[in-house]
Design a protein around this ligand. Structure first.
Ligand SMILES: Cc1cc2nc3c(=O)[nH]c(=O)nc-3n(C[C@H](O)[C@H](O)[C@H](O)COP(=O)(O)OP(=O)(O)OC[C@H]3O[C@@H](n4cnc5c(N)ncnc54)[C@H](O)[C@@H]3O)c2cc1C
Length: 403
């Protein structure tokens, strides 16, 4: 139930970076709405933005390394936190679906090194395929004579899309199979035909870059198909058989990536909620109205009690799901989705309560809770909306194909 000595040491180190580098820079990058290269480069310089660091946390046998790191970084700032950790979604895409050789080749190119920092993007969502991944249209067609895949389509809302060194793209290889007919591809640096479309102006997490990615006749060597052609052919054959016989779902590339990353996203939400709660607790103890600190009123104190209770409950759900994933325990009640649902909703509610406790100051950009509230709002939307998490949980616990 608690972090060991090594983990506490790592946590304190990240906390120092969050407090000393991220917090002072947060408001500026939120206003600039640009990718914060200097902050990510500084994280790389101290080894915090690096493949080694993430591998160490990812393979931590307790499962708590990643959630602990995420909570501290997002306590620092969510926009900068996502700039530092956004590559992870693409990395998980390769780790979940790639061969050992692909993992060894592409992961280092996603992070680069301290002297030449690189980032990566995971591109699944499309204008008409958000929650409904089966509506995906980006097509990958195999050119057998050349052993090449040809990709055409438009991806949207891709974190780091268009400015990444490596893009991981999910595309349709067999339209007859719906979401079962998808596969993931690596688009190597500088591949002709891939370009950035619109860059989005956002409500929150504005230091994180979000853009469309256009794929126009992108030709990829056969080895860029994650998992390889034989494995794909076997999976498609099984899926066709299941469609024919009306059997159960099979592996889906995008879903596998999201499932593995949900507790991680929940931990980010916990970090934002904790940051807002701390500001509110401090403010309530020092702001005097009617001759006494506002925390002397149960109406304020009880809100803080609820905020803290929700945050701790969210963290426990996140830690449980991360521990289960690491220990190989099956998610029989969609515990990964539960953790993301509860933590995302907690971040949204707690940041709103914090703003209320700060009164007029909470509504201004003089205090950070206004930004935290905007940042928190994405946590009920991306990586599966709260409604989709509820759908996944409801289907899992009932075995009924609820719509
Ligand atoms: C800042 C940001 C970063 C992102 N980063 C990435 C990224 O890196 N890579 C990537 O691939 N995608 C990314 N996304 C996309 C994100 O995952 C999608 O926005 C999300 O999955 C929701 O899809 P949608 O926006 O199309 O909403 P829709 O699917 O259009 O949903 C609209 C509303 O309908 C509800 N709804 C839909 N279906 C159902 C249902 N069956 N039951 C009940 N309610 C339903 C939803 O919950 C939502 O409230 C990002 C999005 C944003 C905004």
């Amino acid at each position: 139930m608690e972090l060991n000595e090594d983990q506490r040491g790592v946590r304190d180190w990240i906390h120092g970076f969050a407090a000393e580098v991220m917090r002072p820079a947060a408001a500026e990058w939120d206003e600039r709405e640009e990718f914060p290269w200097p902050v990510v480069q500084e994280a790389a310089r101290i080894g915090l933005y690096s493949l080694d660091f993430y591998a160490q946390q990812f393979f931590d046998p307790t499962g708590l390394g990643i959630p602990m790191a995420m909570e501290e970084l997002f306590w620092g700032d969510a926009g900068l936190g996502l700039a530092i950790t956004g590559t992870g979604l693409a990395a998980i895409g390769v780790l979940t679906n790639g061969t050992e050789e692909q993992i060894g080749t592409w992961l280092p190119q996603m992070y680069g090194d301290a002297g030449d920092v690189k980032i990566a993007a995971f591109c699944s969502s499309e204008p008409d395929a958000g929650s409904d991944v089966s509506a995906m249209r980006t097509r990958a067609v195999y050119d057998e004579a050349k052993d090449e895949w040809v990709l055409n389509g438009t991806k949207t809302w891709a974190t780091n899309g268009g400015i990444a060194n490596v893009h991981v793209v999910v595309a349709v290889v067999d339209p007859e199979l719906g979401a079962r007919g998808h596969a993931s591809f690596i688009v190597p640096p500088g591949t002709p035909g891939l370009s950035q479309g619109q860059k989005f102006k956002k409500h929150g997490i504005r230091a994180s870059h979000t853009a469309e990615v256009v794929l126009d006749g992108v030709r990829l060597p056969g080895h860029c198909l994650l998992g390889g052609k034989d494995k794909l052919d076997e999976r498609l054959a099984r899926a066709r058989e299941r469609v024919r016989t009306g059997g159960a779902r099979t592996h889906n590339a995008a879903m596998a990536t999201f499932e593995a990353s949900r507790p991680t996203v929940g931990a980010q939400a916990v970090g934002i909620a904790r940051a807002a709660y701390e500001v509110a607790l401090d403010y309530a103890q020092t702001r005097v109205q009617f001759g006494r600190p506002v925390i002397d009123n149960q109406g304020v104190a009880f809100q803080l009690a609820d905020m803290r209770t929700r945050i701790d409950a969210a963290r426990l759900l996140v830690w449980r799901a991360s521990w289960m994933a690491t220990a190989g325990k099956p998610f029989t009640a969609a515990e990964g989705s539960m953790s993301k649902l509860f933590a995302g909703e907690t971040a949204k509610a707690v940041t709103a309560q914090a703003m209320q406790i700060l009164g007029g100051n909470g509504y201004t950009r003089e205090y950070p809770v206004e930004r935290m509230h905007r940042d928190a709002a994405i946590y009920t939307i991306f990586e599966g909306t709260s409604e989709i998490q509820r759908l996944v949980i409801a289907r899992t616990i009932s075995d009924v194909p609820i719509r």
